[in-house]
Write a protein that binds this ligand. Structure first.
Ligand code: NAD
Ligand code: LMR
Length: 315
């Protein structure tokens, strides 16, 4: 049995439920307000775990982080209708940078899972902070893009009238708009074409907007994100316990497009005890998908550079 200490930096997410079931886990939560209340709420879930909440008092963040093996960062502001994820950069970049600084000092070997948007930029921000402190391990830093494949399997099942649990659509690239590249040719429905394909691809790329619009100013996806975050954290825990063949999509420091100056890319990644075990290429794609990928790479490069430049200018 592993005693894992999983840190969710702030939040009321219920992802702990399934992650905690995987093993004996301690969950530590930090928020600028309300951490202990969220912890008390989560602590009633009947799992073999301990849950502790921290406030930003003298050493709250450090106490929360110390001894952590997995750190999830969902902190920051969500979108309002009409905003892109990049519009969150000005607020969230410094939040993520400061949390990364604290994490790099208190638990430099922990796996860091970044949920806060814009993921395409916040993941490079964490990398730069860790590099500046000589504690960067590219195998331990992940942008959480799980929600994109969760949506993709749901949306394709609605079009095809199938059970979503039997659908798997690889989604590669990044986590915003056209950087989200669904590979329908590798799904169970490779023959989908024309307008139906275009509409489905568009829905997968802009699925987050549907929630933002429906919440009408009150935030973006939280419950489906909780499920997706739980899935990713649990996969990492299973891999840490020695399970082989655990594969999740995730935005990582990747060799796939480095020759084009793109240091981070989401693809299907095999997880292991040390984090990234194997990064799979995008595989065989058709001409249409190559077009999507080209558009993705153009945007992704700028998003990544923006994160890197931010830390250089604001260390
Ligand atoms: P929310 O407003 O419900 O929660 C954000 C929490 O962050 C709040 O509890 C707030 O107090 C806390 N916070 C703010 N600044 C902080 C700081 N400096 N330190 C610690 N805690 C701080 O927002 P949300 O809906 O949970 O979204 C959070 C982020 O996650 C947003 O950037 C959103 O875009 C992103 N998100 C990403 C995905 C994804 O798929 N990667 C999915 C959903 C949401
Ligand atoms: C999502 O995909 O739901 C999140 O990135 C939140 C958002 O702003 O859309």
């Amino acid at each position: 049995m592993f005693a894992r200490r999983t840190v969710n930096l702030f939040q009321k997410r219920a992802f702990s439920a399934s992650a905690i079931n995987a093993s004996k886990v301690s969950l530590a939560l930090y928020d600028i307000r309300g951490g202990p209340g969220v912890a008390a709420d989560l602590s009633h879930i009947n799992t073999n775990s301990t849950v502790t909440g921290y406030n930003p008092d003298a050493s709250g963040l450090r106490d929360c982080l110390e001894g952590s093996e997995i750190i999830l960062i969902p902190a920051g502001v969500p979108r309002k209708p009409g905003m892109t994820r990049d519009d969150l950069f000005n607020t969230n970049a410094s939040i993520v940078r400061d949390l990364a600084k604290a994490a790099a000092e208190a638990a430099p070997k922990a796996h860091v899972l970044v949920i806060a948007n814009p993921v395409n930029s916040t993941v490079p921000i964490v990398a730069e902070v860790y590099k500046a402190r000589n504690v960067y391990d590219p195998k331990r830093l992940f942008g959480v893009t799980t929600l994109d494949v969760v949506r993709a399997s749901r949306f394709i099942s609605q079009v095809q009238n199938t059970n979503p649990s039997g659908e798997a659509v690889p989604v590669v690239g990044g986590h915003s708009g056209v950087t989200i590249v669904p590979l329908l040719s590798q799904s169970n429905h490779s023959s989908i074409a024309g307008q139906a394909r275009d509409a489905l691809v568009n829905r997968i790329q802009f699925g987050g907007d549907e929630v933002v619009k429906a919440k009408d100013g009150a935030g973006s996806a939280t419950l489906s994100m909780a499920m997706a975050g739980a899935r990713f954290a649990e996969s990492l825990l299973r891999a840490a316990q020695g399970e082989k063949g655990v594969i999740e999509p995730t935005f990582v420091d990747s060799p796939l497009y480095k020759d084009q100056g793109i240091d981070f890319f989401a693809s299907r990644v095999e997880l292991g005890p040390n984090g990234v075990e194997k990064i799979n290429s995008v595989g065989e794609i058709n001409e249409y998908e190559q077009g999507l990928l080209d558009a993705c790479l153009t945007d992704l490069k700028k998003n990544i550079q923006k994160g890197v430049d931010f830390v250089k200018a604001n260390p």
